[in-house]
Design a protein around this ligand. Structure first.
Ligand code: GLN
Length: 306
């Protein structure tokens, strides 16, 4: 059955209005704190090519941790299951930038979506590509079919200047032998990767290969095989929204990846990819209005993976 997604998006856009401004914009990356928490955009990209948008869906925003999904997809497509020797596949139950588990678990991060795990993935890419951040950018351009996608140098520099915690995580892992390249190079690359900007419309399109069992729907290019695509979807469900992944699955019921820029990419496997952006975050670092919007999306459309 073909759904009237435009009506659904317009309904959500009016329903979220009271929530805008209630969340807190990420302040620890100084440049991100300048964005208004009142912004809201949402886009749906259907696997048959139909696209729907509402609100600020055409405004670029900082992807931040959403790029961890692209970096992981790229690393997984090149290295296969070897990556699991260096990073786990369990929810962490801790904040995304936590150090606490690393000591007991001897420098092996719980999953690739927390900062520690993403830094290991950057390190894996750094051993394969001269400029791993550029490899992730080119990958993002390919899956979004948009060559204009780029870094935001100001955001990258702003994060780099204040990256003490991520550097601490990286040094800690290096001490356990789980970081092979120089810490500074890995952190530089990670900060640039996180600064990639996209609109909701671009992000929804970029995620569509993951909703389509690993194959880009408009070109037929296979990025990941069936099994790796299934595994990435599973990781998004269990680990993609940090320590709120259980509550997110309960409320929304879709695999998703969020970022502290306020973006969330969610997948309706076999059907569509959905991107939402609203910079006000809840205490777990997920977009407050964005999570609510996705909850309403699965409720209004009666579609989820469950
Ligand atoms: N660049 C951010 C950081 O490393 C990304 C975090 C996030 O989006 N959760 O802290």
């Amino acid at each position: 059955m073909s759904l009237d997604y435009q009506h659904v998006l317009d309904t959500i856009q009016s329903e979220v209005q009271p929530l805008l401004g209630q969340g807190k914009v990420a302040g620890y990356i100084p440049e991100l704190s300048k964005i208004s928490p009142e912004r809201f955009g949402m886009a749906v990209y259907c696997l048959d090519g139909r696209a729907y948008m509402t609100g600020d869906a055409d405004v670029k925003f900082s992807l931040q941790s959403v790029t961890k999904l692209f970096a992981l997809a790229l690393a997984f497509s090149r290295e296969g299951d070897d990556i699991w020797k260096r990073v786990g596949r369990e929810p962490s139950g801790n904040p995304f930038n936590s150090l606490v588990q690393l000591e007991v678990e001897r420098g092996k991060p719980r999953n690739p979506f927390i900062n520690a795990g993403a830094l290991v993935i950057t390190d894996i890419l750094a051993s394969r590509f001269v400029q791993p951040d550029l490899a992730v950018l080119q990958f993002a351009r390919q899956i979004a079919d948009e060559q204009g996608i780029d870094f935001d140098q100001t955001v990258a520099e702003s994060e780099r200047k204040t990256a003490n915690r991520n550097s601490a995580i990286a040094y800690f892992m290096k001490d356990f032998g789980n970081l092979h390249n120089p810490v500074d190079a890995v952190i530089d690359s990670y900060c640039r990767q996180c600064s990639i900007t996209m609109t909701c419309a671009e992000l929804a399109k970029a995620g569509s290969f993951l909703a389509n069992h690993g194959t880009i729907p408009w070109s037929g290019t296979q990025i990941l095989g069936l099994s790796p695509a299934k595994r990435l979807n599973a990781l998004m469900l269990t680990c993609g929204t940090y320590d709120a992944a259980g509550d997110f699955a309960f409320r929304v019921g879709l695999p998703a990846k969020s970022g502290v820029g306020g973006g969330i990419l969610a997948l309706l496997p076999g059907e569509a990819s959905v991107a939402v952006w609203s910079p006000g975050l809840d205490p777990t670092g997920n977009s407050l209005a964005g999570t609510y919007a996705l909850e309403r999306f699965t409720t209004l459309t009666a579609r989820s993976i469950f």
